[in-house]
Design a protein around this ligand. Structure first.
Ligand SMILES: Cc1cc2nc3c(=O)[nH]c(=O)nc-3n(C[C@H](O)[C@H](O)[C@H](O)COP(=O)(O)OP(=O)(O)OC[C@H]3O[C@@H](n4cnc5c(N)ncnc54)[C@H](O)[C@@H]3O)c2cc1C
Length: 393
């Protein structure tokens, strides 16, 4: 299908309104990392400010704090958001991974109870999917949920790991094995729980850079009432997979983020050159390559949006997006550090943000499903290659 990159007058007015609000409201100084306690609190406040301006969840229905706009406006908003240098979203896991599940599988009561807190940062959610033996092979989950009829609910036991910011978050969502006799993908159910519930222990995992953004979550007879189960019993895999595609594709990584980073990289190259730095031909090429790739990702996204707007399924193509944006992000930040030379090793002044963003970019090929797994999906489901021999991997 053809793609027309022309916006309506309303769409342009929407983007202009977003731009002027962001210009007036984006904090002048970069907030501390949201993987620290102070940074988490500062980012939570920013969520409240965004919500006050009704810019927190633009594509949601107005009754839940959105502006009822479509995909095109959402992508335009994201471009404005990153161009303005606005903070990363501490509510992102809740908004992009949990909210679609609440909209698609939640009861009306759950929607009323959970959606408002998602939009204004008052309830920050942690994704509790991975386990020590279940990362890439998520269906290997061993944490259990046992029926407790007398209390009208379920009892959770087991361990989750790599849960981003669970140390300071309010609630968690994740899969547990509710039917031990059922086959791997069956017998899983999706539960939500407060992270301070009796029986839950959240233990921070200290990272190499000193941050404690990750946590292990231990469940020791944690009671979850039926009202907090999302979707049907035993239907957890289907429910979870309905958002895994979101994480890999559009919702987690709109192109605005990379367009802004590529522009900053070009500016960095220009100021370095103006200050007399001798930039090698290879580095210049890498700067140009990063900028071209960010533009290519933007165009690919608009193509995806055009297809979605006429009702086409996007599906496994989210895996192509995932591999592309994660490698683009890593290459772009490596190039920035190359430009910085020896200074890149020092985390001071504005070097700090390049180093922080570089360190985060290294994780891109791992989270949201590792790139090795995404390549398997592309090979098998898009290219139609035969299934690989899992035992050799
Ligand atoms: C920044 C960051 C944030 C994260 N946040 C969260 C979070 O909030 N909540 C959460 O639940 N999890 C989170 N994770 C965890 C993440 O989802 C897992 O790290 C990821 O799914 C990989 O699982 P694993 O670490 O167990 O690696 P493994 O699955 O053990 O894989 C190890 C290596 O083997 C490769 N491999 C495994 N199987 C195959 C195969 N069949 N074919 C080819 N190669 C294979 C993998 O690609 C990888 O390179 C986060 C991770 C990162 C880095």
């Amino acid at each position: 299908m053809t793609m027309k990159l022309e916006y309506t007058a309303e769409q342009l007015a929407f983007a202009a309104e977003a731009r002027s609000w962001l210009e007036a409201n984006v904090p002048k100084d970069r907030l501390p990392s949201m993987d620290t306690e102070a940074g988490f609190a500062a980012h939570r406040e920013w969520e409240q400010q965004l919500s006050d301006g009704r810019w927190s969840v633009v594509s949601w229905p107005a009754e839940f704090g959105g502006r009822d706009v479509g995909l095109v406006e959402w992508v335009l908003f994201e471009e404005e958001y990153y161009r303005a240098g606005a903070p990363t979203r501490v509510a992102q896991n809740g908004i992009s991974l949990l909210a679609p599940i609440i909209f698609g599988h939640g009861t009306p009561e759950q929607q009323q109870r959970w959606l408002p807190g998602l939009t204004d940062g008052s309830i920050i959610w942690a994704q509790a999917w991975s386990e020590p033996g279940a990362g890439s092979d998520l269906a290997a989950i061993r944490s259990t949920a046992t029926r407790d009829d007398s209390r009208g609910g379920w009892v959770l036991n087991g361990q989750k790991i790599w849960s981003s910011r669970a140390v300071w978050a309010d609630r968690g969502f994740g899969l547990f094995r509710s039917d031990p006799a059922a086959q791997r993908h069956h017998g899983l159910t999706y539960y939500t729980f407060p992270l301070d519930a009796p029986g839950i222990t959240v233990r921070a995992i200290e990272q190499l850079d000193g941050g404690t953004g990750f946590a292990e979550i231990f469940f020791d007879d944690v009671f979850v009432p039926d009202a907090d189960v999302l979707g049907g019993i035993g239907d957890g895999w289907r429910v979870a997979m309905s958002t895994a595609g979101n994480e890999r594709g559009l919702s987690l990584r709109a192109p605005g983020r990379f367009l802004a980073a590529a522009d900053n990289l070009v500016a960095l190259a220009n100021t370095s050159a103006a200050a007399g730095a001798d930039i090698s031909a290879a580095t210049r090429e890498r700067v140009a390559e990063a900028w071209i790739d960010a533009e290519a990702y933007r165009l690919f996204t608009w193509h995806t949006v055009s297809r979605a707007l006429v009702g086409e399924e996007v599906g496994s193509e989210g895996s192509i997006n995932k591999v592309f944006w994660s490698e683009l992000d890593r290459d772009l930040h490596e190039t920035a550090l190359e430009l910085r030379g020896a200074e890149a090793e020092v985390k001071t002044g504005d070097h700090g943000s390049w180093v922080d963003d570089y360190l985060f970019s290294v994780a891109g090929p791992i989270y949201a499903g590792t790139n090795e797994i995404q390549r398997n999906i592309i090979a098998e489901r898009i290219l139609g290659l035969p299934r690989g021999d899992r035992r050799k991997n």
